[in-house]
Write a protein that binds this ligand. Sequence first.
Ligand code: UDP
Ligand code: MG
Length: 309
Amino acid sequence: MNTEKPEISLVLPIFNEEESLQELFERVTKTMESLNQPYEVITIDDGSRDGSFRMLSDFHEQDKRWRVIRLTRNFGQSAAIYAGFSVSRGHYVIMIDADLQMYPEDIPLVYEKLTEGYDMVSGWRTNRKDNPFRRVMSRLLNIYTERVTGFPFHDHGCSLKGYRRTMVERMVAFTHRCRYLPVDAAMLGGNVAEVPVRHCPRQHGQSKYSVFKLFHFAFHMITTITIMPLQALSVLGIIFALIGTTVGAYVFFVYLLSGDLIALQTIIAVLFFLAGVQLFATGLMGEYVGRIYIETQRKPLFIIEKELD
Ligand code: UDP
Ligand code: MG
């Protein structure tokens, strides 16, 4: 194994992409050569069942800068990227999808921005070519991620991104298992920038994300980042209990003024109040469960950038 540190490590997650790989190899090679910098390409075969691994092995034979990491099964895009990060050696680590929806020719834009001194550079698909459902979903998740991370990116989900070595090392050192890359990166702080990049429809095969998988991903992401859904239960409980109390007060006044006990409203008041108390209690328990969850993630409390001592 070559132990010399290249300037750039390019990380490519691959799951059944045999139809795109030859073109990817050619375009990536051409682009990386144009940068005139030592580089390595780390391909992660995320348990492909087609001929991807065989093709990647061929690339490795042709050009030893193409490294191949094969995972034992399909672990998912995020895990594959982390696997690539963990073996990367470059001063800068850039990731891009292997299906050619992102243009390998845009890699230099990210690299050049990084060399201006940024710790992380994210692509921004200004002309995103996905179906409207994906775009709406992505926009919602983007607003959420922006809120949580405080990074004002237009396109957190863009898969063309670059990091400085220190960022990657710190991300790999995290021990929590629920990973969402943009949030992990945001935890580290640092100078970040965005560059507009191109996007095109998928040429071969289909997206690896079905509608079901997308919902699963969105739910997973939201529950990974915050315990807010659990805390929301308490708030909902308080609202229910307040409605119950208000209706109860109304019933009480009517009873005082007229001596009539209105049955339906009484039942509603009692139901809402009890449901509210129950929800609040569940939310309270959720709060403790949430704290256990946060503790088990063992995320660092702080990260020192430098020390003048
Ligand atoms: N991918 C992967 N493992 C998976 C799913 C996807 O390594 O379980 C790779 C896939 O081969 C591609 C990239 O991740 O290089 C993005 O996948 P895809 O194009 O299907 O996602 P989309 O563009 O629809 O978001
Ligand atoms: Mg794609």
